[in-house]
Design a protein around this ligand. Structure first.
Ligand code: SF4
Length: 85
């Protein structure tokens, strides 16, 4: 985590209460853009998957982690995922 380049930008990686879908897409796109330049992206993604984290980690949304088989215990985007799957 010390080598991550997202320090101080947690508002991009975790949703505010009652975030609207369009705002979520915009926030996650900004977070993804940062992750793509991060030297520890793979390690970060692996950590989030193993620890079933909430939020955006390692270039991956909760929904993407869930689809990869690493669902968080209470996914924030579960309703949205059910609508997609
Ligand atoms: S991969 Fe993304 S979330 Fe993980 S440390 Fe890097 S910038 Fe932060």
């Amino acid at each position: 985590m010390a080598e991550g380049i997202c320090s101080g930008q947690s508002e991009l990686f975790f949703p505010p209460p009652a975030e609207r879908p369009q705002a979520r897409l915009k926030r996650e796109a900004a977070a993804r853009s940062i992750c793509q330049s991060c030297p520890v992206q793979l390690e970060c993604r692996t950590y989030a998957r193993i620890h079933r984290e909430h939020g955006f980690w390692g270039g991956e949304t909760e929904e993407e982690r869930t689809l990869a088989g690493f669902a968080p215990p209470h996914p924030i985007g579960a309703a949205r995922l059910r609508a997609v799957v």
